[in-house]
Design a protein around this ligand. Structure first.
Ligand SMILES: Nc1ncnc2c1ncn2[C@@H]1O[C@H](COP(=O)(O)OP(=O)(O)OP(=O)(O)O)[C@@H](O)[C@H]1O
Ligand SMILES: [Mg+2]
Length: 299
């Protein structure tokens, strides 16, 4: 387990590092972990993603927001090797990821969760966790001929899985089928499983969707904890109160393009963002508290 630094210290560092970044789409960051250029994905006549340039700051929590159909999930799929763009390049820690399959992207340190959870419901919780580990010696030919090495590693994987299940309050469900978990518990399981490979960057696609309010706070805290442990987080979320609560920086997509960037308070007052939401269709209120997006902007 990584050291746990003083709570909030990494947040302050992240906010400070981003303070001088201009609020413009594609703004360069002081220490980007991920840089994408001219990433384009078409489905027939529809351009789902058309991102000129975007940089994700290392060690920060960045929210990716935008109306339904803006291209957020498609962009995630492209970056993590679950889909292939028509053109473009993107670098993770300076390494070109084009053409690298998803499992190798995960090994390189970038993992993601899905908008619709992908927990394997007919497998036990602990088995789902074990699947999240990568770089297993057991997969390699020579090592597989050495049962001792293999068994030692199996024990390490199991103990890492149990540690994460404790942390995510799922240890009591260890032997249950994933299919028996509630929606919120499945989201927790997915996040815990993503951490099995010890990633540097975690991408979460609507981690809070369908989670009941009792679990929401715990999920939010887990996301903040990822930053405190030194990870970079990029997450998609529709609920603006949650975005405001946990993100250091917000990137806004509409119709496949990045249309705005900035700290949460600034982005929510940005007229291009308000127009994109009003022009788009969205299946959720912009805030959970009922405070309207436009109230702060008396136009
Ligand atoms: N496999 C596909 N085939 C055809 N069109 C697709 C495919 N995947 C996505 N699209 C289209 O691409 C556009 C972007 O979809 P995407 O799911 O990336 O949006 P999103 O921003 O994640 O939306 P939401 O907030 O509703 O999850 C949409 O118009 C969608 O219908
Ligand atoms: Mg989506």
């Amino acid at each position: 387990m990584p050291d746990s630094p003083v709570a909030g210290s990494r947040k302050e560092a992240a906010v400070q590092a981003l303070a001088a970044v201009p609020n413009v789409p594609g703004a360069p960051k002081p220490d980007p972990i991920l840089v994408a250029d001219n990433v384009m994905r078409r489905f027939g006549g529809l351009t789902a993603v058309d991102v000129d340039h975007v940089e994700i700051q290392r060690g920060a929590i960045t929210a990716l927001i935008g109306p339904n159909g803006a291209g957020k999930t498609t962009f995630f799929n492209l970056l993590t090797g679950f889909d292939t763009p028509d053109s473009g390049s993107w670098l993770f820690n300076g390494k070109d990821l084009a053409g690298i399959p998803a499992y190798r992207v995960a090994r390189m340190g970038m993992v993601r969760t899905f908008q619709l959870t992908k927990a394997l419901s007919r497998m036990k919780v602990i088995e789902n966790m074990r699947l999240g580990s990568t770089g297993q010696t057991g997969e390699r030919l020579w090592a597989s001929m050495l049962p001792f090495t293999w068994r030692k590693q199996e024990r390490e994987i199991t103990s890492r899985a149990d540690g994460l299940l404790e942390r995510f309050n799922l240890i009591a469900k260890r032997e249950d089928f994933a299919g028996s978990l509630s929606g919120g518990q499945r989201k927790l399981l997915e996040m815990a499983r993503a951490l099995m490979s010890g990633p540097e960057m975690v991408m979460l696609d609507e981690p809070m969707a369908g989670v009941n309010p009792a679990l929401t706070q715990s999920l939010l805290q887990h996301i903040k904890d990822l930053r405190e442990q030194g990870m970079t987080v990029l997450f998609v979320e529709h609920d603006m109160d949650m975005v405001r609560d946990i993100s250091d920086w917000v990137i806004v997509m509409a119709q496949g393009r990045v249309i705005a960037e900035g700290p949460p308070e600034d982005v929510m007052k940005d007229s291009a963002v308000i127009d994109a939401y009003l022009g788009g269709h969205h299946d959720k209120a912009l805030t959970a508290s009922g405070v309207s997006f436009t109230e702060e902007d008396p136009a």
